[in-house]
Design a protein around this ligand. Structure first.
Ligand code: AMP
Length: 285
């Protein structure tokens, strides 16, 4: 695996690959890699000829300074896992490399409604930061396909919008969420949970699964109250647990039984904020 730290070097290298007809697959990450990240690399391996992964803990997308400072870093282990998974190129830029003009004059993206709900509402500025870094990375890598996880459902929708706003030809491939055996969605932040918190954190998946099993057309308020109780019983402090239109993320309180929907939750276990979602079945009894 080749490792690049400078944008100009990797850009030059990848432009040569692309001019030889090689399809570049790109997996952007913040490192502290787990099997969920690796599943994206494996998918990229299967669908493209040159797999590029980036590891960059992007300061502009953190609304909580402590979350940024304590974000886990495990670069040696990450390199080992990426090589084992057959990743061709790792891009490992510094903050100065990514934001050479400083953080003062960053572009603003017209994300619209998506920025006002759920993660957008609870993490002001987060999706602007995500767009800033992904736009920069896409300009450097110019991938044919971009691989992202459904785990960050709203982020995938924001990136789809970014691709449209910037007129990009890159195709977004959304990959399913990898889970621990007890259902907890794999996440780099899980490393920061202590043993007891780790056991209780599974409540977020239980609450979403409860919605998936029990949803019926009509008013959803009783179902959502019960799901919220499941979170609270496990000591999870919810920011939100909602059902939304899977296509546009409009939060709904009544379901017509036909619109594809997704249940999304964000909750704190101690100081660690966890998110998860499930696309809900439509074949209800
Ligand atoms: P992150 O390092 O958290 O920014 O994640 C990098 C990419 O990996 C994003 O596209 C995430 O959606 C994806 N990802 C994170 N966790 C999982 C998971 N458990 N399963 C599949 N993909 C994931």
């Amino acid at each position: 695996m080749l490792i690049f730290k400078r944008a100009s070097d990797i850009r030059k290298y990848l432009q040569k690959q692309a001019s030889n007809g090689i399809a570049i697959g790109f997996v952007p990450t913040m490192g502290a890699l787990h099997p969920g990240h690796i599943s994206l690399v494996t998918k990229a391996r299967a669908e493209t000829n040159c797999v590029v992964c980036s590891i960059f803990v992007n300061p502009t997308q953190f609304n909580d300074p402590e979350d940024y400072q304590k974000y886990p870093v495990a670069i040696e282990q990450d390199i080992y896992l990426l090589e084992k998974a057959g990743c061709d190129i790792l891009f490992l830029p510094s903050v100065a490399e990514m934001y050479s003009d400083g953080a003062g004059d960053l572009p603003h993206y017209e994300i619209g409604y998506l920025e006002t709900v759920l993660e957008g509402a609870y993490r002001p500025g987060h999706f602007q930061g995500v767009c800033q870094v992904v736009h920069r990375l896409l300009d450097i890598v110019i991938p044919r396909k971009l691989f992202m996880g459904q785990k960050d459902y709203q982020q995938c929708m924001v990136i789809r919008k970014l691709l449209a706003l910037t007129g990009s030809n890159t195709e977004l491939i959304i990959s399913e969420t990898l889970r621990e055996p007890d259902g907890l969605a794999m996440s780099s932040r899980n490393m920061r949970l202590n043993e007891d918190e780790r056991k209780l954190a599974t409540g977020i998946f239980e609450a979403l699964s409860f919605i998936n099993v029990h949803i019926q057309p009509g008013d959803l308020s009783a179902l959502l109250s019960k799901a919220r109780e499941i979170l609270l019983e496990k000591g999870l402090q919810p920011d939100y647990i909602v059902v939304a239109d899977a296509g546009n993320l409009q939060v709904i309180d009544t379901w017509n039984g036909a619109t594809p929907i997704v249940a999304l939750a964000a909750a704190y276990m101690g100081k660690i904020r966890l998110i998860d979602n499930l696309i809900l079945r439509l074949n209800f009894a």
